[in-house]
Design a binder for this molecule. Sequence first.
Ligand code: ES4
Ligand code: ZN
Length: 320
Amino acid sequence: MMSLPKAELHLHIEGTLEPELAFELAARNGVTLPYADTEELRKAYQFEDLQSFLNLYYELMAVLRTERDFEDLANAYLARAAAQGVRHAEIFFDPQAHLARGIGMGTVVEGLWRALGRSEEQHGVSTRLILCFLRDQSAESAMETLEAARPYLDRIIGVGLDSAEVGHPPVKFREVYEAAAALGLRRVAHAGEEGPPEYITEALDLLGVERVDHGLRCMEDPALVERLVRERIPLTLCPLSNVRLRAVDDLAGHPLPAMLDAGLVCTVNSDDPAYFGGYVGDNFDAVGKTLGLSQERLRELARNSFVASFLEDDEERRAR
Ligand code: ES4
Ligand code: ZN
């Protein structure tokens, strides 16, 4: 399923930082990592839950310092994505994690843009950027971040919400999502990864999201499933992420087949591929093999990824 044309809609660019590149950037920037080498670092990729992953994810960001670093990061992702059949990528980034380290919004966006701006030509992958707010930081900090992004909004299609979910319900970010909507930004949010189904409902009703990232736990609430089907709200699922962060016991027990049978608009994505053992084609292969999905089902997932994207109809036709 590597060659099947697909769009990737749930991808954290900081989560594409492979150990080799992390060490290369550390050396280039004079940053010391608390791991001897890539092998020792890889051994730290055993996660208990979302938070244990986030701790390492934020720690390794220390190596990302210059525009060139962000460019190299994005370029490496786009090359790997292209090799797995990705034709279009809507890419999350976490500016607050960089602003907190003294790295400006301009460094992050301009750096990513150096790679994204030539991606269609170089890799055959069209791109969009989605700015994510860290939900475990304050609503005020999110509003300041949106303000800091104002000069770059021509390069940002929408906003998202990520990081530690439980205890940080969508309602906390109602005002900043209203402000984002007033600026013409599209809206998505992580909900129902570790958090309860109520967070999915809140993200729809209070934040006005058009897509739900993960949304896995909707399956606990049949009325919510019915609503998501009726309103054709796409879910951006990340099967290998769910296994590694223990949102499911194992891949064989992943609810994706039941979700497709229920009529949900599901897409398959990689989330943080450097950490979770696979890029998006690997996720397709894994669900195809382990969940026994038919070719028709896999094609449906790929088709959904374009329908659920923020591409205009004519761009969508050209991409798939
Ligand atoms: C994330 Cl898997 C996941 N969930 C929530 N926030 C995140 N940030 C990066 N990866
Ligand atoms: Zn995610």
